[in-house]
Design a binder for this molecule. Structure first.
Ligand SMILES: Nc1ncnc2c1ncn2[C@@H]1O[C@H](COP(=O)(O)OP(=O)(O)OP(=O)(O)O)[C@@H](O)[C@H]1O
Ligand SMILES: [Mg+2]
Length: 263
């Protein structure tokens, strides 16, 4: 296999147990470069835990995990973590108060919550470019917690991107956004995907309409098991939606966007 096509993620027979509960069962999943995946499934299906394993923050009970060509157990995790960025609402709550947007972004470069180190001019320039890409350039000096919910999420994406991650894991990042802010946010993500072609996005959502056109594949999780996985246009079908969400779920597709109506 050529280096270019080396998979980004390979999970084989991954199991995760907690206090005798089987939380993830027999997960097999491969993500190749150039793919972007949506991960869908009801509450408690195991989506967040699965991604925590990939982000190296959780060890499976059994099975093998390979991320960016590195097999867990044989590597220094902090080096691998440099190449993976994870965004969830938990991070937002952990950030210390009274930092400007640019400080929050730059602290991401050093993997610290507060900015202690002095960044180089190049890093600051890169931060400004990314802020511009996400439409946040006029907010650079604003105190981070005074940003709107949507602006904060964009700020966190910029913070995650500053280290040039190969893998960007987004866990319900649109929760709390109004419909317009959500659309804008997703458009910024799409711009990012176009600009940074070597990044792979794993995108957890409860809303099919967030599965933007650049997302190529979908993984459906149910009760800790893979219900389906593969190309988006094959997997987002009525049968699979019924298996994941029950018989009252009706799939709709308009232009390139999917919707799920529950009757
Ligand atoms: N440390 C733990 N001990 C026992 N059970 C746990 C532990 N951590 C998570 N779980 C359980 O694992 C299951 C899967 O959790 P997970 O957070 O992955 O769900 P999810 O698919 O992300 O759901 P949601 O859509 O609500 O975020 C849940 O039932 C949760 O309660
Ligand atoms: Mg979750």
């Amino acid at each position: 296999m050529s280096k270019m096509k080396e998979p980004i993620v390979v999970l084989e027979n991954v199991h995760l147990e907690r206090e005798e509960d089987k939380i993830l069962r027999n997960i097999n999943w491969t993500v190749f470069p150039g793919e972007h995946w949506a991960i869908i499934g009801q509450n408690a299906a195991g989506k967040t835990l699965l991604l925590k394993i990939i982000a190296t923050y959780l060890w499976p009970t059994s099975g093998s995990v390979e991320v960016l060509g590195e097999e867990f157990g044989s590597i220094e995790l902090h080096k691998l973590r440099q190449k993976i960025s994870w965004i969830s609402s938990a991070l937002e709550q952990e950030l210390p108060q009274n930092q400007s947007v640019i400080e929050v972004v730059l602290s991401g470069y050093f993997s610290t919550l507060r900015l202690f180190d002095k960044p180089t001019k190049q890093i600051v320039q890169r931060a400004r470019k990314l802020l511009q890409l996400m439409g946040l350039n006029s907010h650079e000096q604003q105190i981070f917690e005074t940003l709107s919910v949507g602006e904060k999420k964009k700020g966190l994406i910029v913070r995650a991107m500053i280290r040039k991650p190969r893998l960007l894991i987004l866990d319900e990042v649109c929760a709390g956004l109004d419909p317009i802010a959500r659309r804008r946010f997703i458009n910024s993500l799409r711009r990012l995907v176009h600009k940074k072609s070597n990044i792979t996005i794993l995108y957890v959502t409860h809303h099919l309409e967030e599965i933007f056109p650049e997302i190529t594949h979908v993984l459906g999780l149910k009760n800790g098991k893979v219900a389906f996985s593969g190309k988006k246009q094959d997997q987002l079908n009525q049968k699979n939606m019924n298996s994941l969400f029950g018989s009252k779920a009706k799939l709709r597709k308009k232009n390139q966007t999917y919707y799920l109506d529950i009757f």
